[in-house]
Design a protein around this ligand. Structure first.
Ligand code: MG
Ligand code: MG
Length: 278
């Protein structure tokens, strides 16, 4: 799950109007100790194992509720729990968002995967007090070239962001790298939802925008011990989104395809370390 609407400026409209943008309280990012990073590495490994189970299970005919059940069983096997269930009332253990659905899709028995769909699965676990958070978009059966390209560009933009998660650089360097890669490929980076610091809480400071902006936490200088969830959300036809009547599911405003890739990344003295790996 990504942070909800970006704080500071609710929409781009408010950002570009002459009204002053309400400033939220700036909070310093939290430096984690080596022991805490080790626990987050373990939490992240569990997230990666749940993703591996998803990857194997995803095929035409499977429901998003089937995936949710498999996810929670896999978490339980490793003594972890979902940190999405009950978060602001969210009813699922994972977020499962199909095609034009970007994020926060609610798992349901009657949402059945079809050949050619793409599905974004966002997984967050709590393990020994720490959170791991990672999202991935998967193809179902044979997918279109457009879907493949969208997924490739979004995944690569994540790696471009991660390459800038380096002590001494700023948060905005991550944001800029993601934005540049996506826009160079004529796709649209979502602005209303963002990455975030992560640790004992799913959403800690700083906000990690996926585009360069001056009214953000972008000016924080990255330090060894920060842990960030970097998560580009990309759409084929527009950067704009809307939320469905269930008050959760966020979709592209124009119905175009969407993709979401996310890793939890520690900033270390030896460069960025992806924690959500097997
Ligand atoms: Mg997530
Ligand atoms: Mg996240």
């Amino acid at each position: 799950m990504n942070i909800f609407k970006r704080s500071g400026a609710r929409t781009l409209r408010s950002q570009s109007s002459t009204q002053p943008v309400p400033q939220r309280q700036r909070q310093e990012p939290i430096v984690k100790s080596p022991r805490e990073i080790q626990l987050m590495r373990e939490a992240g490994r569990i997230v990666a194992r749940v993703h591996a189970a998803m990857r194997e299970a995803i095929r035409p005919g499977v429901s998003t509720l089937d995936l949710d059940r498999l996810a929670v069983d896999t978490m339980a096997k490793y003594n972890a729990t979902s940190c999405f269930l009950g978060y602001r009332g969210f009813p699922g253990n994972i977020c499962a968002s199909i095609n034009h659905e970007l994020v926060h899709g609610i798992p349901k028995a009657d949402r059945i995967l079809k050949d050619g769909d793409i599905i974004s699965i966002d997984i967050g676990v709590r393990y020994r007090g720490f959170i791991g958070d990672s999202a991935w978009t998967y193809g179902v059966g044979a997918i279109s070239d457009e879907a493949k390209q969208l997924m490739q560009v979004t995944e690569e933009s994540l790696y471009q962001g991660i390459a800038n998660a380096v002590a001494g650089k700023k948060v905005i360097d991550i944001s800029r790298a993601v934005q540049r890669y996506v826009e160079d490929h004529d796709m649209y980076i979502v602005r209303e939802y963002t990455g975030h610091g992560v640790g004992r809480q799913m959403h800690e400071p700083p906000q990690v925008l996926n585009y360069a902006s001056d009214d953000s936490d972008g000016q924080y200088v990255l330090k060894s011990g920060y842990v960030l969830a970097i998560e580009p959300m990309v759409q084929a036809g527009t950067w704009q989104t809307r939320t469905l009547k269930d008050n959760w599911t966020v979709v592209s405003k124009d119905g175009s395809l969407t993709a979401h890739f996310e890793h939890t990344v520690a900033i270390t003295n030896n460069g960025p370390e992806i924690l959500t790996l097997p």
